[in-house]
Ligand binder design. Sequence first.
Ligand SMILES: [Zn+2]
Length: 253
Amino acid sequence: MIAPDLNSAIASLQDLVGGAKVAVPFTGAGISTECGIPDFRSPGGLWTKNKPIPFDEFMASQEARNESWRRRFAMADEFGGAQPGRGHRALASLYRSGKVPAIITQNIDNLHQASGFSPKDVVELHGNTTFASCLDCGERYELSWVRQRMDEANGCAPDCACGGFIKTATISFGQAMPDAAMQRAQDLALACDLLLAIGSSLLVWPAAGFPLMAKRNGARLVIINREATEFDDIADLVVRQDIGTVLAPFIVH
Ligand SMILES: [Zn+2]
């Protein structure tokens, strides 16, 4: 059912959330756009102008690693100060209330943690761009350290003391999905009786499989997204209104 207007969308959502024992949110880029972080996949988005650097290129070429880091710092200068929006705060309120045990996200922007979720309860399918790690030994590095080393080395990206390459803790195209996160997401999808898919076009696999998995397991499925998705037909509620506006009534101060 597609909610015909904002008020009925909010009322239906309140009914579904109120009736659920375990609600699991699944979020995509659309929840962060009101925070000033653009959806890089959208038409005219950054990724249509600047093709992402695939993982094998990053591994094969120092210049690709330098370019990857140059882009990361250009993004930091533009979006680094982003704060959680109404959608993030509403989900954090449901988390504090005990209704939401953890959240599955395709986002890499750390805004769910910033809104109050414990980092252990944010299941990041595509990693996190706010810090870096060595691809060989896993040592964590802060972005400020990488940036300083690049400045000192004429733009050459630094390597780890172990010799491994240092990369933002994101999952690039062509990079293996994180096993622990994938398993946890599956456990959550199968444990919930309500899955809230928010701000995701549900086009990127395997991430998009989790809402489907929950629905097939008997959970109710809500899809809140500006555009239609291919799962709209099987959803119990489809909301195409502004995400922040729809979720704002769930914010508890
Ligand atoms: Zn290392």
